[in-house]
Design a protein around this ligand. Structure first.
Ligand code: NDP
Ligand code: MG
Length: 392
């Protein structure tokens, strides 16, 4: 807590979908929070607006051009830094109490570890960090006595349902909307376009996670995320498709009781909870009208049409560097799909091919994980090029 009594917050990925909603929450509770630092990749115009509104002490960008564009117009008292090392410094900002990690992709690993080492509470939206480096992150957090508060709606739900009853947990039930292609045949999936994929039925999110939601890789990543956050075996994590996205997830206890978490689908709710925990503040969202909803539906995921889900279970159970490899291959494949260099079905093909090439290694240290990530990115790029060459 700072001398003015406010909670100091750093938001990494402030220009993204989660980041912007986090700034909305902070703006609503200015008497409670002070936004000390923000980081993004290159969205200079939006950063300029955020700087003018919040006057953070430090702004970090990764892109050199954005750095130059911002440098000219900084208000007094706001510093500017460039690159990953400086993003890590921001994650360890002395006056910060909470670091919200809302960058997209495995680039979240290093700043998350730095925030933990500096004893900061981490509000973690960035699931790729736990997928690639879950053992290391959770081990370091336990060692430093640092809390990792999940922002992902399913994990926030599970965290709230569990509420200290881990000893009686039987199963975790992760809900999935099923994405825009729920019920599609493999034939229909062959003709899926980028525009069709970016239209998610219930959530408005960044492009990478929206594609992951369509392949169900997002749910696969969340299975691995849940394994690390709640120390649960993969056989005790089930996925259930629930198209209304109202039940955000459930826990099943050993006595047969289920506790589920319901709410409107508005990410500001789990973001706010991660920032105010253990307190609850007035909702930023429109309330839920259960009678208007009428019914809630639950069904088994179609594992044959959406093989990414089983790939993630496979990677998670293999452990070691395999989840980092799977995640990196998926990041590269999703980018290629968004750039129209790879088909929708090609995403899982690339991830499968790269996982089949990987020799299992223990993921005991950061360098091994980052090396596996780099290796998988190169392999994926090669495979995507080979696939493209075959097409012409
Ligand atoms: P977006 O793509 O909307 O935003 C990503 C943010 O990260 C942007 O601020 C972007 O900056 C920044 N960023 C990307 N790459 C870099 C980099 N190399 N260096 C510095 N900053 C970078 O993603 P979302 O907000 O949708 O998702 C963020 C994370 O939260 C993901 O891990 C996602 O899985 C997770 N999540 C998201 C949910 C959602 O509803 N959106 C729900 C649950 C989890 P710039 O804008 O400058 O490119
Ligand atoms: Mg989620």
């Amino acid at each position: 807590m700072r001398s003015d009594g406010k909670t100091g917050v750093v938001v990494l990925g402030s220009t993204g979908s989660i980041g912007r909603q986090a700034l909305d929450v902070i703006d609503k509770y200015r008497d409670r929070f002070s936004l000390l630092g923000i980081a993004a990749y290159n969205e200079a115009a939006l950063l300029q607006e955020q700087i003018a509104k919040f006057q953070p002490r430090m702004v970090n960008v990764t892109d050199q051009r954005a750095y130059m564009a911002l440098k000219a117009g900084l208000p007094a008292g706001t510093g500017l830094s460039l690159g990953m090392e400086a993003m890590c410094e921001l994650a360890a900002w002395p006056e910060a109490d909470i670091v919200l990690v809302a960058v997209s992709g495995a680039i979240g690993i290093e700043p998350t570890l730095t925030a933990i080492a500096a004893g900061k509470r981490v509000a973690l939206a960035n699931k790729e960090t736990l997928v690639a480096a879950g053992d290391l992150v959770m081990h370091r957090a336990a060692r430093e006595g640092v809390m990792i508060l999940p922002v992902d709606s399913e994990h926030s739900a599970i965290f709230q349902c569990l509420a200290g009853e881990e000893a009686h947990l039987h199963k975790i039930w992760l809900t999935a909307s099923g994405g825009p292609f729920r019920g599609y045949s493999p034939q229909q999936m062959r003709n899926v376009t980028v525009a069709m994929t970016l239209k998610h039925p219930t959530w408005m999110m960044g492009p990478k996670i929206t594609v992951d939601s369509a392949t169900l890789m997002n749910k696969g990543l969340e299975v691995i995320e849940a394994h690390h956050l709640f120390k649960v075996d993969y056989d005790s994590i089930e996925v259930v498709v629930h198209r209304e996205s109202v039940v955000h997830s459930l826990v099943e206890f050993t006595d047969g009781s289920f506790l589920g978490h319901l709410g409107p689908h508005d990410m500001r709710i789990p973001i706010q909870y991660a920032l105010t925990y253990p307190e609850r503040m007035e909702s930023p969202a429109v309330g839920l009208d259960l009678t208007a909803l009428g019914a809630l539906h639950f069904e088994k995921p179609d594992r044959a049409s959406f093989p990414a889900l089983d790939l993630a279970y496979q990677a998670g159970k293999a452990g070691g560097t395999m989840p980092a490899v799977m995640n990196a291959a998926n990041e590269v494949a999703v980018s290629a799909f968004l750039a129209q260099q790879l088909s929708f079905m090609g995403i899982v093909d690339v991830v499968t091919a790269v996982m089949e090439k990987q020799h299992q290694k223990a993921a005991s240290d950061l360098e091994t994980i980052l090396a596996a990530d780099r290796w998988a990115r190169k392999e994926s790029e090669m495979i995507i090029q080979q696939l493209a060459a075959k097409r012409v």
